[in-house]
Design a binder for this molecule. Structure first.
Ligand code: AMP
Ligand code: ZN
Ligand code: FE
Ligand code: FE
Length: 299
């Protein structure tokens, strides 16, 4: 059988990507991917559109979500795959995560205003394309507003020369307008993903900013003890050495290996869908993940 490729980590306009879900799928087809998982931050609102587009395009699809957990000194992101969109636990989870953003974003904007940056919360909502009403006139779907939306405005208005500079100067830890958001503990995050019918995967372990391998392994082991199902091995932040190291850890702890680009459209200009640091993600990763989800559902 010929080798084909997939992408298991990407973002759409349902969170802080710049392409709508169906457009992400269209790009996946253009890149000749045979499998895709959409992993927007804190929401699955994009997956119905993406799943429908994937069906038409003949691309296999897995539902996903990416959530941030409490962790220092780096960031801990946990991917949830195969979560059930109808699950009440999932609904609670996304509502909690959006609440954390509602508390944080106005503080960032207020601080920016104090710094004489001309920006309003309303502009940020427009930037994030927060819908005012649904097509059928129902309650508008809430949407996670993230720092990349704020960064895009700072860039457009000329306060910074790049998205990266917006983070370095204002939005990242140590920046002039940095505020953290309320996060779930890693154990609660895992539990809620599992209770939503999903498999949990530690995203881009390098971003934990561990100081040595033993420290990484301690963190990983604790997550595994709480039901972690997989580890993201291929990612745009992982060089060859890390890919090999994480593959070794996956074997040792009997974890599913996943991989993705972390595509965000023009919010991350140097990342293309289906490619992570020049590396493609083998179809076997999709099949292994799918199998793990199926096993979980019958467990
Ligand atoms: P938020 O959801 O508001 O916490 O923002 C998280 C998003 O910001 C993710 O897409 C990150 O990849 C992006 N991000 C975080 N730090 C940086 C940075 N230093 N430069 C560019 N993007 C970043
Ligand atoms: Zn993002
Ligand atoms: Fe992430
Ligand atoms: Fe991501």
């Amino acid at each position: 059988m010929t080798q084909t490729y997939v992408d298991l980590h990407c973002h759409s306009t349902a969170s802080d990507g710049t392409l709508p879900p169906a457009e992400v799928v269209r790009l996946a087809a253009l890149r000749e991917l045979t499998g895709l998982a959409l992993t927007d931050h804190d929401t699955i609102n994009g997956v119905a559109e993406a799943a429908a587009a994937a069906r038409s395009a003949g691309i296999d699809f897995i539902t996903g979500i990416e959530i941030s957990a409490e962790y220092a000194p780096g960031t801990m992101h946990i991917l949830g795959y195969g979560v059930n969109p109808e699950s009440t636990v999932l609904r609670d989870l996304t509502a909690t995560l959006l609440g954390g953003r509602d508390d944080r974003n106005p503080r960032i904007i207020a601080r920016l205003q104090e710094l004489n940056v001309a920006i309003t919360m309303e502009e940020v909502e427009i930037e994030a394309k927060v819908p005012v009403a649904t097509a059928d006139g129902g309650e508008p779907k809430r949407k996670p507003i993230g720092r990349p939306h704020i960064a895009a405005i700072l860039l457009r208005k000329g306060y910074v020369n790049s998205i990266k500079q917006a983070f370095d100067k204002y939005l990242a830890p140590g920046g002039l307008a940095y505020f953290d958001k309320e996060r779930l503990s890693p154990h609660t995050a895992l539990q809620m993903i599992h209770d939503s019918g999903g498999i949990s995967v530690l995203a881009h372990p390098v971003q934990l900013k561990y100081t040595n391998d033993a420290q990484l392994e301690t963190v990983l082991k604790d997550l595994v003890d709480h039901g972690l199902g997989g580890i993201e091995v291929i990612h745009s932040d992982h060089d060859q050495k890390l890919v090999e190291q994480y593959t070794g850890l996956a074997k040792r702890y009997d974890l599913v290996t996943t991989g993705g680009s972390d595509f965000h459209g023009t919010n991350k200009k140097d990342i293309d869908l289906g490619t992570a640091r020049g590396r493609r993600i083998p179809r076997a990763f999709f099949d292994g993940l799918k199998e793990a989800i199926a096993e979980r559902c019958t467990a």
